[in-house]
Write a protein that binds this ligand. Sequence first.
Ligand SMILES: Cc1cc2nc3c(=O)[nH]c(=O)nc-3n(C[C@H](O)[C@H](O)[C@H](O)COP(=O)(O)O)c2cc1C
Length: 225
Amino acid sequence: MELYNAMRTTPSCRYFTDDPVSDETIHRILDNARFASSGGNRQGWRIVVVTDSDQKKRVADLHRKQWDPYFQHALEGTVGFQGDSSGNKMEHGTNFAVNRLRRTDDFAQKMHEVPVLMCCYVDLSTLAVTDKDLNRQSIVGGGSLYTLVHNILLGCTNEGLGSSLTTLLAAEQESCDQLFHTPNGFALGALIAIGWPVVEKQYTKLTRKPVEEIAFRNAWDVPFP
Ligand SMILES: Cc1cc2nc3c(=O)[nH]c(=O)nc-3n(C[C@H](O)[C@H](O)[C@H](O)COP(=O)(O)O)c2cc1C
């Protein structure tokens, strides 16, 4: 698949068929994704590819521990979902926001059935967190994991696979570490669910803000171009 086409057609897939995904396919995706950049080329990323049914169930249970209360709060309008991804302001409770919530809930409730769950860790000792001393939330560290994560999402699209990224599992790191026998010093940054998409439930036309809204020439005052 042509790269720009893959970039424009990689949605969050929340409905998967039962068809298995071969190890060869997963290996090919990782073998290409690993060329992502990381700070100092230290490649601190490590991926636990979860395919065993019992292990997937444990992961899905942990994810649901975070998702279920989030979902309830979201339905009650206490968190997030004020806008859609194109930047159009959508009031909470509109069909768009609620539909997306329900799709995400369907995904969370059936996560154990998704063929592959990739749990993405990064070795904290490899990260140079250049914004760690600022008086705000630090964001730089994740940069050395999410380059790989997004390459994996694009690789899935290239294979015709659906994928979905969630970071909720990060809050369950302690339990995940026990489950996976994770060595000390690693942070869990993402879970990627991978499988063959249910075609009739899958959209590929993504809504995103135009360049003029997200890029500026020389300073914030002038939209680019
Ligand atoms: C950091 C991050 C965290 C996300 N967390 C979740 C999540 O917990 N559950 C989920 O279903 N999707 C999650 N997503 C996917 C986004 O919700 C999705 O990309 C967005 O709604 C736009 O949907 P689309 O890509 O299908 O157009 C996450 C995406 C990112 C980048």
